[in-house]
Design a protein around this ligand. Structure first.
Ligand code: SIN
Length: 329
């Protein structure tokens, strides 16, 4: 009930003449829980599309990697088995778009307004324009938030990471970040992460608190260090053939509902992460560590070489545009 209210269902007029069976049903697959910024954006999108189309266009949301996980969701989209996915920006490198990994550069963004300079600016548009190369269309970006580090010990100084096996997403930039800290990166699907932490396959991981909490990682990690060392965001993508075959008016309706849902996600993402942190404090399972300025500075210094090392993967011209957009000279 609270989920429907948060997703916006309660705030919108009910559909009085909804069709019993939709003419079109969009399948939206994602890998996280419903009570996360992405889960709530997907639920809101469903409500908006179904209400505005009078039930003519339906949306089925499949959360928690129920249908497809990190390994196969993009392929499922390319094959038309689903119509919308919203992978993290870290997961586009392996489908031949390594420039998306610029978002993974550690300590790149001071705050979310710096992120917006990319996602809402020409660089964001240029990134989305690369998707048709893969038979996809990029419809927009949205936030989860800043990532924190977890393990069964505090991670406050570079030496705390040495030899830890840290689960990472399939991003070479994130892998390089972990190596720069002395850890060993292990690439795993999101849906496999909690189990891998529980069984000791990996020692720790990084994620915004909303993902940490809703995957119950707090039950298997004794320490969460509030490092805020990197950003986690998403791009919503659809299949190019599917998108082009929609009627112009349906495409406009779906796109409008989506843009509103992404703006909504950006509004609530911070609160979702704050609420998850509060819930985590109350659960009392996990020690929460706030870093001193000096500790954060030493982590930042340790990962600084990653920008240089990974510039050739991201691409020199993307790096140049990035610096310009962020005013980094
Ligand atoms: C997500 O938020 O979609 C998953 C992030 C991850 O794989 O760590």
């Amino acid at each position: 009930m609270w989920l429907a209210a948060l997703a916006g269902g309660a705030a919108l007029p009910s559909v009085t003449s909804a069709k019993a069976r939709p003419d079109i049903t969009l399948r939206f697959s994602h890998v996280v829980a419903e009570e996360t910024p992405k889960g709530l954006a997907a639920s809101r999108f469903k409500v908006l599309v179904e209400q505005r189309s009078g039930g003519r266009i339906g949306v089925q949301v499949f959360p928690n990697a129920q249908l497809y996980g990190d390994h196969d969701e993009m392929q499922a989209l390319q094959l038309g088995a689903v119509d919308l996915v919203a992978p993290s920006l870290s997961k586009f490198g392996r489908i031949g778009l390594p420039e998306f990994e610029l978002f993974d550069l550690p300590f790149l963004f001071d705050d979310l307004s710096a992120v917006r300079r990319i996602t809402l600016g020409p660089l964001g548009q240029k990134l989305l324009q690369g998707l048709p190369r893969q038979g996809l269309v990029g419809l927009g970006f949205f936030d989860n938030g800043f990532k924190q580090m977890s393990a069964n010990r505090p991670l406050l100084e570079p030496r705390d990471f040495v030899n830890l096996r840290m689960r990472v997403q399939a991003s070479r930039v994130i892998a390089a970040q972990m190596r720069a800290l002395g850890a060993r990166p292990v690439t795993l699907a999101f849906s496999e992460t909690r189990q891998a932490l529980a069984t000791g396959v990996v020692d720790g991981t990084e994620n915004p608190v909303s993902n940490f909490w809703t995957q119950h990682m707090h039950e298997v990690q004794s320490d969460l260090s509030l490092t805020e060392h990197g950003y986690l965001g998403y791009a919503v993508v659809t299949n190019q053939r599917f998108w082009q075959h929609l009627k112009t008016s349906d495409r406009a309706l779906i796109n409008q509902a989506l843009q509103e849902s992404l703006a909504f996600a950006n509004q609530i993402a911070d609160t979702q992460n704050d609420q998850a942190l509060q819930a985590l404090r109350q659960a009392g399972t996990t020690r929460i560590h706030t870093l001193t300025n000096g500790q954060r500075q030493r982590l930042r210094q340790a990962v600084q070489p990653v920008q240089q090392q990974l510039a050739s993967r991201i691409g020199p011209s993307w790096m140049q545009d990035l610096k310009l957009a962020l005013g980094h000279g």
